[in-house]
Design a protein around this ligand. Structure first.
Ligand code: FAD
Ligand code: AMP
Length: 479
């Protein structure tokens, strides 16, 4: 237990110090404060002018800026690809990347001010600086001035940073990570992306829509291995048709940045290859930001990949120290980090919450979007669980056809014996919104029959979920 006493270094005794103000940390801090705990939230992120930049990866260089650019580029894409079908034509459509980037920056800045306002409103003290734990359980903050705190509890919400590979060291110019790819000032003529995962696909889509020739080099033979196999197969076909040159089974082995271009070397089962690109994005995943937290000195265990080991309540190996979000094992997603934060705050306050990642929804914000919750058919096969599934294509949905946006389908997978919903998989417009109903259904342990007997407004895309649930029992109406 971290001893509770007023520190001689810092008179203020906090109940909780939260390290990190990303979606995990700032949400945990707010919930702690709501529960009457005296809370401080510490983050080291500052903007180019040295002011605190709250919201972590998600707000500054992740979810929000990527969605801002995905939305802007989608609007541009619709001008030439969707609107003509609706009888709308625009001559001389142009893209002003500088304006698009300033809009994105304004959205980020405004939400950052919002987070600061929420912390203030809830009475959370904000400290800017890098925090580190010490052997005796203090939290040392390298800010100006430096501070040392002795809170009763510490919540580590330090998040993650882009993973790097030796084959492609970033140089901030030709070779960049996801943060760099969100800040291009013009579409590169030829853009190569290492990794066809969530981030590679989203960023590749943005620049492809704005005119870049995009090649994604993916080491694995399988596309989106965590997704439903039908979703993966269909979406790959759609993305390739959109112009994303997704090449599977291609492991990048090196690259040579030159003055004008970068040469990317990669291998497949046939041998070695290379391509030239104007910019290269390294999107090979993320790793936990746990190196500079003083974990070893404080006796806090990490796993072999650097994630902080926690139990089902977010407790680390040291009493009074908790870990949430991207720095602890589990889905590296903003909403999961926030839910971890709420759960840990409630535990600290004496509540009974526990962390459950089984119903965390996954979303890929391409167009069409991909979203799922629960397990895939292959995962159920591997677990020896018998299942039934029903599928409904948006091509048979009145709303999707009216919108002219009818690619994809909904699949509902349920237990063969009990009919409990075990997974829902959506490829289609608004999949990110549609999946919320499936998450709620699964939280209530609904059966496919429950969804099938639920009235859905007409005409809506959500009727696709209703029909897929009916299809589990082979009684879809519009198939
Ligand atoms: P972070 O958001 O990484 O925040 C950690 C904070 O801790 C940072 O502000 C950091 O400065 C601070 N910190 C770290 N160490 C210290 C220290 N020692 N002292 C003080 N402060 C410290 N997820 C989604 O759910 N949906 C999406 O659409 C989505 N899109 C993404 C797009 C991109 C391009 C990227 C890169 C990520 C995306 N993610 C998305 C993932 C999402 O951003 C993360 O899962 C989420 O930010 C994790 O939240 P967190 O609070 O755990 O950590
Ligand atoms: P994600 O974890 O969803 O962000 O996806 C990252 C992807 O990058 C994974 O699918 C990895 O297989 C892929 N990847 C990692 N290293 C390489 C490499 N050297 N060459 C090509 N792809 C890679």
């Amino acid at each position: 237990m971290v001893p509770r006493k007023d520190s001689p270094e810092d008179a203020a005794a906090f109940d909780v110090a939260v390290v990190g103000a990303g979606p995990g940390g700032y949400v945990a801090a707010i919930r702690c404060a709501q529960l009457g705990l005296r809370t401080v939230c510490i983050d080291k992120w500052t903007d180019p002018r040295g002011r605190p930049a709250l919201g972590g990866t998600c707000l500054n260089v992740g979810c929000i800026p990527s969605k801002a650019l995905l939305d802007s580029s989608h609007h541009f894409h619709c001008l030439s690809h969707l609107f003509p079908e609706h009888g709308i034509s625009v001559d001389g459509a142009r893209i002003d990347v500088a304006a698009m980037q300033s809009r994105k920056n304004r959205v980020v800045a405004s939400l950052g001010r919002g987070v600061a306002g929420l912390l203030r409103k809830n009475g959370v003290e904000l400290v800017t600086g890098a925090a580190r734990l010490t052997e005796d359980g203090a939290v040392e903050i390298a800010g100006s001035p430096p501070r040392s705190l002795r809170p009763r509890h510490v919540v580590l919400a330090a998040g993650s940073v882009p993973a790097a590979i030796e084959a492609a060291p970033t140089d901030g110019a030709r070779i960049v990570d996801s943060e760099g790819a969100l800040a291009f000032d013009e579409p590169p003529r030829r853009l190569a992306v290492i990794g066809a995962g969530v981030i590679g696909l989203e960023l590749g889509s943005v620049w492809n829509r704005l005119g870049s020739e995009v090649v994604l080099l993916e080491a694995l033979d399988d596309f989106l291995p965590g997704a439903d196999r039908d979703v993966a197969k269909h979406s790959l076909r759609i993305f390739r048709r959109q112009g994303l040159d997704v090449r599977l089974g291609q492991r990048v082995t090196g690259c040579e940045p030159g003055g004008e271009a970068v040469t990317v070397h990669f291998e497949d089962s046939h041998g070695a290859h290379r391509i030239e690109a104007d910019r290269l994005v390294v999107a090979v995943g993320r790793r936990p930001a746990t190196e500079a937290l003083g974990l070893e000195e404080a006796g806090i265990d990490r796993d072999e990949r650097g994630f902080i080991r926690v139990d089902g309540f977010g407790r680390t190996s040291r009493e009074g120290v908790w870990a949430i979000g991207d720095c602890a094992p589990g889905p590296m997603l903003a909403h999961r980090a926030s839910e971890d934060g709420i759960s840990v705050a409630e535990r600290i306050a004496g509540g009974k919450s526990r962390i459950d990642h089984h119903t965390v929804p996954w979303v890929i914000y391409t167009h069409p979007e991909i979203a799922w919750v629960g397990r895939t058919e292959s995962e159920l096969d591997d677990a020896g669980i018998a299942w039934r599934s029903g599928r409904f294509p948006f091509a048979a949905s009145g709303r999707a056809l009216a919108a002219g946006d009818a690619e994809g389908f909904v699949k509902v997978v349920s237990d063969e014996t009990t009919d409990e919903i075990l997974g829902v998989h959506v490829l289609g417009a608004q999949a990110s919104e549609l999946i919320a109903e499936a998450v709620t259904a699964m939280e209530f342990q609904a059966s496919a029959e429950d969804l099938a007997r639920t009235v859905h407004a007409h005409p809506t895309l959500a009727e696709g979920l209703h029909e897929a649930a009916l299809a589990v029992d082979e009684r879809a109406i519009h198939l």
